[in-house]
Design a protein around this ligand. Structure first.
Ligand code: IVH
Length: 702
């Protein structure tokens, strides 16, 4: 581990390198920095136990990038910077596997396992076998080749004999080390197998993002992982937060170097191989596997694990049982389909079939029409499923769904239930086409579909369905979080005429509500208190609660961070919005349209009069006093801030921006390679020339 002082020293030395003062120790310094980064990657991605914050890691990473950019001769293929898409396009040429990637034989119950154990003992000519049991990871299988301790190739399973070369994309996965010290085990070349996974959390977030854009979500993390591996843009692969579990060595070539006996010993057992993989930096199932003797212990461990399945951070669909002795594995050999020394134990299915009875069309808060399939209720992994979203018209077409069809339904853990396909082979001719509506099922207005979109929309902003959905969203947990309000109450109050729009939430007639069945004094008090409390919700939640199209929680935070009062967004042009982090043309247009609409502004003013806070408490404090009236101009390249960010900071603190150097200018912030503006400013003695760091301290001190 490096102490803080050592890191500071390292930063100093590297700064010299960036500036071109090439010292003799340059390579050593850069190597040190790489080791520090690799050490922290391992803590984070393999051990799940980081020692530094993401920001600290990013700072070190950027430092290395900077040095390598200034001194390209110091770059090595194994540098952590080389993960990040060097080639713009991942190419997928077919490559042959060194050893065919076979399947596994399947078993479904204890009886199957007992039969298999009997056969295995016969083949192995043993009375009892030692087994290694590990989870059957439900992801996309890959083969990795390391040569002389360097990752040389990554490939998909393909047809088992040949797969796609996905090396560039594989390098984006942080739990796959670019170098691994197999040489310590006397190994010169090795092919290892494993599974690329997307965690349930990452998958849910990815799907939520798709759903918020009315795009059909992916069925399961396996599809998400295998789709991600085939992306053309490696940077996008990096964003998908994939993980890798490595569980097998299919082949290796030894060196002639002597090997420490404790390392040599590991090479004789499968569990030893897992240990070696772990030791050289892979996420092998070391903590998940168990070595046992006899089949009863196998059955017990499989049952124990099935109980834990839903609590794991990733999907597994069973367990894999392997003969632990590798010499014995060789003797037992394989069929053309599967090895005789291993078997998969599959957990209970999470799929079921049912009948599609009808399709209802629901209107969302942005007017989007969502088809929802009503099926005969089926029980899948602990939950009864009767309604399944179909997302848009294309999904119905792609899956060729008809009313009366038998459909295959999947539900895994907390994943949204999903229609996998219709079983068209069991149709009897009585099935009917699904007719997509031309008008809104609630307000009868004509529906529209924008070019390039899959979703039909009702554009009547007064459509009762939209009004109600907007209010439901406003009070919901992730938005204003008005506890005990909820969807049911919004609908009830709306139907009774007690609530007609969002400001109406803050003028509810509690006396009238008190007269309704089911509303005692206690529940009214709770509701009233929750509404009152919501007036002080953070600004980002309020922005999210407004239900502006394309503005999710993250965008709401970005917007809140650059204003001190909600209504300031009125003054943001589309161009200015686009300069903000992660805000593109579509989002900028939507936000701009919302804040140019008079009705919306009136609604916000009403909310403010009713006591809903619109100040950004965080920014408002900083903005006080601040740089009132001081003028600023930026020149040259800034290192820490984006130019637009720096300019926003000035405005946020009450300062003004000028376009050129004149006696009216108070501060010229000079970045790297500042030119004529700097020269001019030096001649006007009232202009203070400051560095980016000095600018940041100035902001902090305000
Ligand atoms: S061992 C020669 N171990 O399951 C077979 N496979 O259904 C070597 N899988 O193709 C495979 N977890 O993609 C093995 N712990 C594990 C596994 C595992 C998932 C996959 C693998 C295999 C498929 C067979």
């Amino acid at each position: 581990m490096y102490s803080k002082d050592q890191v500071v020293e390292l930063q100093k030395l590297t700064q010299q390198l960036v500036e071109g003062n090439h010292t003799e120790k340059a390579f050593e310094i850069v190597e040190n920095l790489r080791n520090v980064l690799q050490f922290h990657e391992h803590r984070y991605y393999i051990l799940n136990d980081p020692l530094i914050s993401d920001t600290e890691y990013d700072q070190l990473f950027k430092l290395l990038e900077k040095i390598e950019k200034a001194n390209p001769e110091l770059v090595t293929a194994a540098s952590p910077t080389q993960r990040v898409g060097n080639s713009l396009n991942a190419s997928f040429k077919a490559v042959a596997h060194l050893v065919p990637m076979l399947s596994l034989e399947n078993s479904y119950n204890a009886g199957d396992l007992v039969d298999w154990d009997r056969k295995a003992k016969e083949v192995a000519k043993k009375d009892e076998l030692e087994y290694c049991i590990e989870p059957k990871f439900d992801g996309a299988s890959v083969s990795l080749i390391y040569e002389n301790d360097h990752l040389a190739r990554g490939a998909t399973r393909g047809n088992g004999m040949e797969g796609d070369d996905i090396t560039t994309n594989i390098k984006q996965i942080r739990s796959i080390p670019l170098t691994a010290a197999f040489s310590k085990y006397g190994i010169q070349q090795i092919e290892i197998r494993g599974e690329i996974m997307m965690s349930k959390k990452a998958f849910k977030e990815y799907n939520d993002q798709l759903v918020s854009q009315n795009i059909a979500p992916l069925a399961n993390p396996r599809n998400a992982a295998s789709g991600s591996l085939r992306m053309k843009d490696p940077k996008e692969v990096g964003r998908r937060r994939l993980e890798a579990f490595l569980y097998n060595a299919s082949y290796y070539i030894r060196t002639k170097e002597p090997v420490a006996p404790q390392n040599e010993e590991l090479l004789h057992k499968h569990s030893g191989i897992l240990q070696m993989l772990w030791n050289v930096g892979f996420r092998s199932p070391m903590n998940e596997m168990k070595v046992v003797k006899g089949i009863q212990a196998v059955i017990d461990y499989c049952n124990e694990y099935e109980g834990k399945r839903d609590n794991l951070p990733y999907e597994i669909d069973g367990m894999v049982i392997k003969v632990n002795d590798l010499d014995l594995q060789d003797k037992m050999g394989m069929t053309t389909h599967h090895p005789r020394w291993a078997i998969a134990y599959k957990f209970k299915a999470r799929q079921a079939t049912s009948k599609l009875r009808k399709v209802e069309f629901q209107v969302g808060r942005t007017g989007s029409i969502t088809p929802v399939a009503k099926i005969d209720p089926v029980f899948i992994s602990g939950v009864t499923v009767g309604s399944i979203s179909l997302f848009n018209e294309d999904v119905i077409k792609e899956k060729d769904l008809k009313i009366g069809d038998t459909v295959l339904v999947e539900r895994a853990g907390d994943v949204i239930p999903y229609i996998v396909k219709s079983l068209s082979e069991v149709r009897d001719g009585s099935e009917e086409e699904i007719v997509y509506p031309k008008v809104c099922p609630v307000c009868n207005s004509e529906l529209y579909k924008e070019e390039g979109e899959a979703v039909w929309r009702c554009i009547n902003i007064e459509c009762p369905a939209q009004v109600v959905e907007r209010m439901i969203h406003f009070v919901s947990k992730d938005a204003m979080d008005i506890k005990s309000f909820g969807e049911a109450n919004v609908r009830k109050f709306y139907e009774l005429g007690l609530l007609k729009d969002i400001p109406g939430i803050y003028t509810l007639d509690f006396a009238a509500i008190g007269k309704m069945a089911g509303f005692g004094k206690r529940s009214i008090d709770n509701l009233q208190a929750a509404i009152e409390e919501s007036k002080h919700q953070s600004l980002n939640r309020l922005i999210f609660a407004l239900g502006i199209r394309y503005v999710g929680e993250t965008t709401a935070k970005v917007l809140a961070n650059c204003i001190s009062h909600l209504l300031h967004l009125k003054d943001f042009s589309e161009e200015k919005l686009q300069t903000l982090e992660d805000i593109g043309v579509k989002v900028a247009k939507s936000v701009h349209t919302f804040f140019q609409n008079e009705q919306n502004i009136e609604m916000l003013q009403q909310l403010e009069q009713l006591g809903v806070e619109m100040n950004n408490k965080k920014n408002a404090v900083i903005a006080k006093g601040g740089l009132d009236g001081q003028t600023f101009l930026f020149t040259g390249t800034l290192n820490k801030l984006k130019r637009t960010e720096a300019e926003e900071m000035v405005e946020l603190h009450g300062g003004k921006l000028l376009g050129s150097v004149s006696s009216k200018l108070n501060y010229l912030v000079a970045g790297e390679a500042a030119g004529s503006k700097l020269e001019k400013a030096k001649k006007i003695h009232t202009v203070k020339v400051i560095s980016e760091d000095e600018f940041l301290s100035l902001i902090e001190s305000n």
